[in-house]
Design a protein around this ligand. Structure first.
Ligand code: PLP
Length: 398
């Protein structure tokens, strides 16, 4: 179907943070398949583990024990600090599971029509429930009637949450991307997250942290909630979890532990030996190569270098982010920068119409990070200097 406005480039080979197209042209990859290729391209350890697994067995079924899934669940429980994991195949599925957990949690407590507090500008996926939970009218338009049971508030606004708490007794959960990715790299204040958690505790709501894009080490810790210093009840994951093999996971603990019973949820492919080998190898490699520290250090220096390179440039509204999740907001739509960057041998993305998004692999080193800045800053300056204020369609985000 005609669902993507694709760029006229096909990458056929990758190595580390570098890509080559069909014509042999080389690109610096500052997008990592939209936060998927945690270990970059062609990481020898991931390639070896996956190849060996394919040679033994690719898929069995959740009708049987899957040892690789047990190993992956142990790893995910350890890095999240939570207790139970359901494996699926994508971010939206992880979020569907989270929404079901919140509803089941409500029903178990006698709430007949459970409601979930969600955030403006959020993106949780494109299934009916997840697009209804999201805050983008563009994503929802044409797919009404929406799924009911979501109450929307602005990000970083505790008073709005308190108002809902006072008036809506059906609320059972808060669902938040602690750094909104598709919405334009909108960062929650850590103090806001901590107070939001306190509101959840006071009301016995679930705190559900969608870390599909911002999680898995990108910000310098495994998860954004770890910067804030508390444990959520539900953490949906996907994207970078298996280094490029499709996977999702809904991880629960705290008040959400034990909510799902046999028969409440399931997936044919979810947690199969191939994907689980990707999970185990990705997590082990991030640890052994100290990639959390790397992401924090390289991300900080990229952010600083970008701020220096674009200081006082008219048209740059804000540069923000955490670790290797960086957004450069311009004062005008800038989708055409994606093609200009490709022409200059750089892979970036534009989201929310006017935010240049940088999401490199966690293996990106300081030199490569500097090169991203050296390539992207002149493009942005050149684009702004043209004075092109014509509203353009945004680059497709996924
Ligand atoms: N949640 C967040 C925060 C995302 O960024 C995305 C995808 O961009 C999703 C959920 C949906 O993930 P998927 O495209 O794997 O369904």
């Amino acid at each position: 179907m005609n669902t993507y406005a694709r760029q006229p480039v096909a990458f056929v080979r990758g190595q580390g943070v570098w890509l080559w197209d069909e014509a042999g042209k080389k690109y610096l990859d500052a997008l990592a398949g939209i936060a998927v290729n945690t270990l970059g391209h062609n990481h020898p350890r991931l390639v070896r583990a996956l190849t060996e697994q394919i040679g033994r067995i690719i898929h069995t079924s959740n009708l049987f024990r899957v040892p690789q899934q047990e190993a992956a669940a142990d790893r995910v429980a350890e890095i999240t600090g939570l207790d139970e994991v359901f494996f699926c195949n994508s971010g939206l599925e992880a979020n569907e599971a989270a929404i079901k957990v919140a509803r089941k949690y409500g029903h178990d407590r006698g709430v007949k029509e459970p409601a979930i507090i969600v955030m403006e500008k959020a993106f949780h996926g494109r299934s009916l429930a997840t697009l209804s939970a999201g805050g983008s009218r563009k994503v929802q338009a044409g797919f009404e009637p929406l799924v009911q049971g979501f109450v929307r508030v602005p990000l970083n606004d505790l008073e709005a949450v308190r108002q809902v708490a006072a008036h809506n007794k059906n609320v059972t959960a808060v669902f938040i991307e602690p750094i909104q990715g598709e919405g334009g790299i909108n960062v929650s204040r850590l103090e806001y997250l901590r107070e939001l958690k306190q509101i959840c505790d006071a009301n016995e709501w679930l705190f559900m942290s969608d870390e599909v894009q911002c999680g898995l080490g990108r910000t310098g810790k495994w998860f954004v909630y770890q910067h804030a210093g508390f444990l959520p009840d539900v953490v949906p994951l996907a994207k970078g979890l298996a280094g490029g093999v499709p996977v999702g996971a809904c991880v629960v603990g705290g008040r959400a532990r034990g909510v799902f019973k046999p028969g409440n949820h399931g997936s044919t492919f979810g947690g199969n030996p191939l994907a689980m080998t990707g999970v185990v190898t990705t997590i082990d490699t991030v640890k052994e190569e100290s990639l959390l520290e790397n992401a924090g250090r390289v991300g900080d220096s990229m952010l600083n270098n970008l701020r220096n390179a674009l200081r006082d440039v008219a048209g740059v509204a804000e540069i923000r982010g955490m670790g290797l999740m960086i957004g450069i907001e311009l004062d005008r739509p800038c989708g055409e920068l994606v093609k200009a960057a490709l022409d200059a041998g750089l892979v970036i993305n534009v989201t929310a119409d006017n935010v240049v998004r940088i999401l490199p692999a966690l293996i990106m080193n300081e030199v490569e990070g500097r090169e991203v800045v050296e390539r992207v800053a002149p493009l942005i300056k050149g684009f702004l200097a043209q004075g092109s204020a014509q509203p353009k369609a945004a680059a497709v985000a996924r």
